[in-house]
Design a protein around this ligand. Structure first.
Ligand SMILES: Nc1ncnc2c1ncn2[C@@H]1O[C@H](COP(=O)(O)OP(=O)(O)O)[C@@H](O)[C@H]1O
Ligand SMILES: [Mg+2]
Length: 319
């Protein structure tokens, strides 16, 4: 879908931002770029939709060199959302979200329905928010409108640069879930930049760790945690709490025993093991019921099962 072939970029100031980088992003991947500040993440993203040029190598989109597209066509096919949002201040929320559908000449009725659907998707009541102006929204609401705008014309590719940067943790977590759902249900190719390793572990189908404009490692969240390519990777993903992070990659229901419900507390079945451990510790419980979205009992999670090796593996393999 998007392919970097030996890309380099030096800014006019002489800074080498991207250094001979090659990377192939397949259709439907959710790629998260992580790395220290200044490692080249934003530059990479901006080169994809030609907001920045590159000096050497080729970038392909759908098998074609990006400079063979009209820049307008390229950007219409790629939604772009950034932390600083960039909403037009004198336009209502509805007008802001509908920029690209208008450019594409959608009928008014279709645009209006699309705006309402997107506002609902991001928990903003259309009756209230359609006619608001950006300055009448909180920072978090502005960011949600920014992401809604990027999704408006249903682009095949979504480029997001720290889109949830300034949000408080609760809203951030709910937006992360929303993006995960959008990705699963739409099959879009998403390339997202974050400096938040937990966000990357939660969302990515593949993580790309950059350092000084080069790819240090690319792999699934599990691969980065369990097979780090270098000590730089270990330091970046967090030396001290890798075990906790591994728990965050697994759903509680994978360890549930098929037992009748206990009297007592329940958690949603898709809760991560990390959240479940936190809940069990806080409430001093040895086990908790799991329930599905529709309220069906989904077995019992026992704390002992989290800390013992799976039955089909001998304990010394973990030692
Ligand atoms: N417009 C620019 N002009 C000059 N240097 C830049 C510009 N944008 C970024 N850089 C430099 O390029 C390097 C990579 O920056 P960037 O891609 O923004 O990194 P990241 O997003 O990972 O923090 C940094 O050294 C940064 O200072
Ligand atoms: Mg950046």
């Amino acid at each position: 879908m998007i392919e970097f072939q030996n890309i380099s970029k030096t800014y006019a100031t002489g800074v080498l931002a991207i250094d001979g980088l090659s990377l192939k992003i397949e259709r439907g991947e959710f790629v998260v770029l992580i790395g220290a500040s200044g490692s080249g993440k934003s530059t990479m993203l901006k080169m994809i939709n030609r907001m920045e040029s590159h000096d050497a190598g080729k970038i392909l989109f759908d098998g074609r060199e990006i400079y063979s597209f009209k820049v307008r066509e390229l950007r219409l096919r790629m939604g772009y959302a950034i932390q600083s949002v960039g909403l037009f201040p004198h336009w209502t929320v509805a007008r802001n979200i509908s920029v690209v559908p208008r450019m594409l000449g959608w009928p008014a009725q279709q645009i209006s329905e699309r705006v309402s659907a997107l506002l609902q998707l991001f928990d903003l009541d259309p009756a209230i928010y359609r006619t608001r102006f950006p300055h009448q929204l909180s920072g978090g609401q502005q960011q949600r409108v920014g992401v809604a705008r990027a999704l408006a014309a249903d682009p095949a590719v979504l480029l997001m640069d720290e889109p949830f940067g300034a949000l408080d943790p609760l809203i951030r977590a709910s937006l992360q879930l929303e993006m995960k759902r959008v990705h699963r249900s739409s099959g879009k190719t998403i390339v997202m930049v974050t400096h938040d390793v937990d966000e990357a572990l939660r969302l990515a189908t593949r993580i790309v760790l950059l350092d000084q404009g080069r790819v240090v490692q690319t792999g699934t969240p599990l691969e980065l945690l369990t097979q780090p390519a270098s000590s730089l990777v270990v330091d970046f993903v967090g030396r001290s709490d890798i075990g906790i992070k591994l728990l965050s990659l697994q759903s509680a229901q994978n360890l549930a025993r098929a037992e009748a419900p206990l009297a007592g507390a329940s958690l949603p079945a898709e809760t991560t093991l990390r959240e479940a451990v936190s809940f069990l510790a806080m409430h001093r419980l040895a086990a908790v019921n799991l329930v599905s979205d529709s309220g069906v009992h989904g077995g019992v999670l026992h704390v002992a099962d989290i800390f013992s090796p799976p039955a089909d593996q001998p304990a010394d393999r973990h030692g």
